[in-house]
Design a protein around this ligand. Sequence first.
Ligand code: ATP
Length: 268
Amino acid sequence: MSDNFMDEGFRRDESGWLGQDLRVFPTVGSTNHVLRERLKEENVPPGATIIALEQTQGRGRLGRSWWSPPGRGLYVSTLLYPPRLQHAGILSLLAAVALTDAVRRITNLTAGIKWPNDGIIQGKKYAGILVEAGTAPISWAIVGMGINVTGQVPGDIAHAITLEQAGAKKLTLELLWQALAHDLEARYESWLVEGNAGIIEAWRAYSVTLGQIVLAQGPFGQFTGRAEDVDEEGRLLIRHGSSLIPVSSGEVSVRAPDGSYAPSSGAG
Ligand code: ATP
């Protein structure tokens, strides 16, 4: 069922496939969850998308919650059928690269990425991405994004910002979705043909993490080191003493040792 009284502005023209199958809802628990339920149906096409104007149970990585108030952000999840499941980690970086492409193209803002996939502007987070993947009935991945667009983020969410607060002018949810759908489709298609290298290269150029001292927290506990690079699978390589430790996006969170996301000057 589509709530089509409000989906006109989100509808893509016929040239693209991503987002052609679109369902827009006034409010949902989480867009990833709604799309996951749809996977139980037969023949859900690649690019099938759920947009909600509000999420009551927006989720971030590692079971964290995502503030998703009505009409102020773009809450969107898209279904992809990547050829193999081991691509879930790289899809997380791919989604962040596509989002950054889109935001830079339609605003005057120098958006950057905190590893693996947080959208950062002026050292603050404007977007979070959650990729979920599985193999039944076939290899699938859901790319979910929560993007703060208009208004102000409440003071109790530390280091957060909306695109409007950062200086974006006349930006609507519909305009942002049109740009994002285009760029996500373009990055995904190039990746299918060319593999990970192009995504990693773009990710490095947008990174606010590389070269920084980071505190990594995961199942191993925590340690501090310099973020040196990402490998071809999108794992972050952290220099700790004489070892270079690879950490993967499914389980590790990194921040600056003082708890901030990134320096507020420079890219992002
Ligand atoms: P970290 O926040 O440490 O970088 P992470 O990348 O795993 O970790 P996410 O899963 O992307 O974090 O996002 C969840 C976190 O983001 C929450 O714990 C909260 O601090 C913050 N947050 C929640 N909602 C928003 C929002 N709308 N905008 C910015 N930050 C938010």
